[in-house]
Design a protein around this ligand. Structure first.
Ligand code: AMP
Ligand code: MG
Length: 341
């Protein structure tokens, strides 16, 4: 039951004590295991084992200049890897475990491979019960970028991981669909003498961070720019990222798509609000939420984009969300899906 099928599709590791024990054993042996977090599924490996971490980069086709987030149970555990500043402690007290990643000064034990040679490391304590049970069982810090080929849409189900990688990732712990559905917020609080910097908008909004810290949180400043010396500021900020293969075009809230003669298109909307809408021409309409609930829209966005990408549409029109709070994060991901980050 818990051995991989190398011919057909690999079976999932079940979300049971046996599944967790097997995942922990594999991770301790230096293997890569895909596992659920509350944001998206991650491709996890022992963060201090360079050989194991190298496999993550190779499986994802991820450039080595793109540093990885290290996951751990709590501040105490992650303090062995990073220096927590007073601002970091305020944020963790309010948001951990949860979808917030902190960039902090690293300790020498963290390999340069994880940080792309920087003196900072990104750390997070995930809230997903299964991820936490695995962290507890293996006792390791886990590097775990999203379990998708580099640049493609992040996975929010075990099936998404299997569809992308097949037998390349034989170990997938199935925890059902992710509750949040968007990648974590990343904030740099490594230097107590500088204001905090938002490197990637996420489920914990800039407004929420500002309220916790009692000061505005700005950024990202260098969208998609590659700095030769430093590498990418946060490669999740590449202008094209989280992208389907099908072209994506953005629409303002409530703006109808243009008539596209002879093209079979999809129109993704945030909410239906009980209104009947007739799309122009040969366009199919999809609602992320009946009521325009953005938490629900975030949960379902990547699964819908993957489904539409497989369905053979000529173009996917996406309605932007109202631009505050979680809407700003959704719009960030939609812009990157459209290559307009
Ligand atoms: P992923 O896990 O694929 O969602 O990507 C992790 C994100 O964290 C990437 O965009 C990384 O660039 C970012 N990140 C990881 N470590 C650092 C760091 N030391 N400084 C800035 N960004 C980082
Ligand atoms: Mg990713």
């Amino acid at each position: 039951m818990l051995t991989p099928d190398t011919e057909g599709q690999p079976p999932f590791l079940p979300p049971t004590p046996a599944g967790v024990a097997r995942a922990a054993e594999l991770l301790r042996a230096g293997e890569v295991v895909a596992l659920p977090t509350e944001t998206v599924y991650g491709l996890a490996a022992h963060a201090l084992d360079e050989k194991a971490v190298r496999q993550i980069f190779s499986i994802k086709g991820r450039p080595l200049i793109d540093p990885l987030i290290v996951h751990g149970l709590d501040v105490e555990f992650l303090s062995t890897l990073a220096h927590f500043t007073p601002q970091a402690r305020e944020l963790t007290a309010a948001c951990w475990p949860g979808p917030l990643t902190l960039v902090l000064k690293k300790r020498p034990v963290v390999p340069g491979l994880i940080t792309a040679g920087r003196d900072t490391v990104a750390v997070r304590s995930p809230a997903h019960p299964l991820a936490r049970t695995v962290l507890q069982a293996c006792g390791l810090p886990l590097a775990a970028p999203s379990a998708n080929p580099f640049g493609y849409i992040s996975p929010t189900t075990a099936e998404h991981v299997r569809t992308s990688f097949g037998t390349k990732v034989p170990w997938i712990l199935d925890g059902g669909p992710c509750a949040v559905g968007l990648e974590s917020t990343i904030v740099d609080v490594s230097d107590p003498t500088r204001p905090p910097r938002l490197l990637r908008p996420g489920p914990i909004t800039a407004e929420a961070l500002a309220q916790i810290l009692g000061q505005p949180v700005h950024g990202p400043e260098s969208s998609g720019r590659i700095d030769e010396a430093q590498g990418l500021d946060a490669p999740g900020l590449l202008t094209r990222h989280y992208s389907p293969r099908t072209p994506v075009a953005l629409l303002k809230p409530a703006e109808p798509p243009p008539l596209t003669p002879d093209q079979h298109c999809a129109w993704v909307r945030m909410g239906r609000h009980n209104k009947e809408t007739t799309p122009p021409g040969d366009t199919d309409i999809f609602w992320l939420s009946e009521t325009g609930n953005l938490t629900q829209a975030a949960q379902g966005l990547y699964a819908l984009l993957r489904q539409l990408d497989e369905a053979g549409y000529a173009k996917i029109f996406c309605e932007l969300a109202p631009a505050t709070g979680l809407g700003a994060t959704l719009n960030d991901r939609l812009r990157r899906a459209a290559g307009q980050g």
